[in-house]
Design a protein around this ligand. Sequence first.
Ligand SMILES: *Cc1c(COP(=O)(O)O)cnc(C)c1O
Length: 420
Amino acid sequence: MTGGIPRTVAEELDAADPLAEFRKRFVISDPELIYLDGNSLGRLPADTPDLLRAVVEEGWGGGLVRSWERWIDWGARLGDRLAEHVLGARPGEVVVSDSTSVNLYKLAGAALGAAPGRGTVLIDAEDFPTNRYVMQGLADQRGLRLRRLPSDLDGGLDLDVLRSALDEDVALVVLSLVSYRSGALVDMARVNELARSVGTRVLWDLSHAAGVVPVDLAADGADLAVGCTYKYLNGGPGSPAFLYVRRALQSRLRQPVWGWFGQREQFRMGPDYDPVPGIERFLVSTPPLLSLAAIEPALALVEEAGVARIRAKGLRLGRLADDLADAWLTPLGFRAASPRPPERRGAHLSLRHPDAWRICRALAADAKVVCDYRVPDRLRIGPSPLYTRFTEVWDALSRIREVAAEGTYVSRPADLARVT
Ligand SMILES: *Cc1c(COP(=O)(O)O)cnc(C)c1O
C-alpha cells in the first residue's frame, strides 16, 4: 500500500545526496523521530554544546569581564559572515543583535524617520503577526496609515496588488521574502524596483529564507532587511537576529532606540547620543553572549554546505513531498496550500485539512512526526535540507496518511495548545 511512489525512490535520492553527511553533524537523539519543524527551531549542531561549554567555563568562568575584549565584536563578526555566505551583502552591512521583532521596529522606525511627508505604510495582510503588530504600533505612534494588502493565503502577495498600492505617499513597504505559512516566495529584485520607482523603500523579513533560499541583497537592490537565526540557521532557541542596512543608507538613518552600543567611543560615556556612522549604529545593548556564541558553529555548517546546494536539496525534498501528498493525502481530504512547483516557495510547504490541528497532535503523540499547525487549518511541513533525509519525508507522509486514514485523531482535543 505505497501508492505510485515506492520507498526505493527516496532511498535512491538519499544515496545520491551530496549533503547526506551533514546529518551526522547534528545531535539526533531519537533516530525514530521525524523532525519536520526545522523552520521553527533548527536542530542542535553537534559542535554547539562543546563550544558553549568553553565559552561558559573559559570565557565567563575564567576570563570574566576581561573576555568582553574579544566578545564585543562578535555581533559584527557574525554579521559579516552572514553577509558573505547567506545574504549576499557586503562587509559592514549586517550585524547580529536583538530579536527579529525588535530589529524590525528599529529599522522601520529609522526608515519612517527618513521619509517625512509620506503618510502610508504597506504590509501584506497575511504577514507574520509580529510584523503586523510592530508596524501597527509604529503607524499608530506616528499618525500614519497602515494599509494591509490583501494576499492569497496559499499563493502569497500578487505583485499587481502591490503595484497598484504604491504611490508617492508610501513611506515604507514591509514584506517577508518567504511566507511563514504557505512558503510563497516573493521576487525581491522586482519588488525593490517597484518601490524605488515611487521613491520608497522595502524592509524585508528573511526569517524563513535565510540559510535555505539564496538571497542576494546587494544584487537585488535591497535597502533594509531583518531575520531570525534560530530557524534554518540552527542558532538555538531565541538566538539573536540579524539586521541589514545598505551601506549608502546607514549614516542617513537613525534608529529609535538610542543605546550605548551604537555610540561613538562608547566607553567615553559622553553626555549626548552621537551614533557611529556604520552598521553598529543599529545596535542597542550588551549582547546575550551565550546565545550569540551558539550561532557560530551553526553558521559554519551552512557555510560549508553552501546555500546553493542546500536550496538544490530543498527543491528535491519539496518535489517529493508534493508528489507523495498528491498520491496519498489528496484522496483523504488534504489540499495543497503552497505554491507549486517548489521553485516558487521556500523550503516548507503547507497542506490544508479541516482537522489539521488534531492530526498534527496525533502525529506528534502517536506517530513520531513533528511538524506544526498554522491557523486556520494548515499542517506545515518544514524539511530542513541540512539534516532531513528523503526517506524521512517518505516515511512522514506515509505516517500522515495512516493517521488520517485511521481517523483516531478525532479523539484529541480540538482546543489549541498554548504553543502550536
Ligand atoms: C519566526 C519569525 C519571526 C520571529 O520573531 P521573534 O522576534 O524572533 O519572535 C518574525 N518574523 C517572521 C516572518 C518569522 O517567521
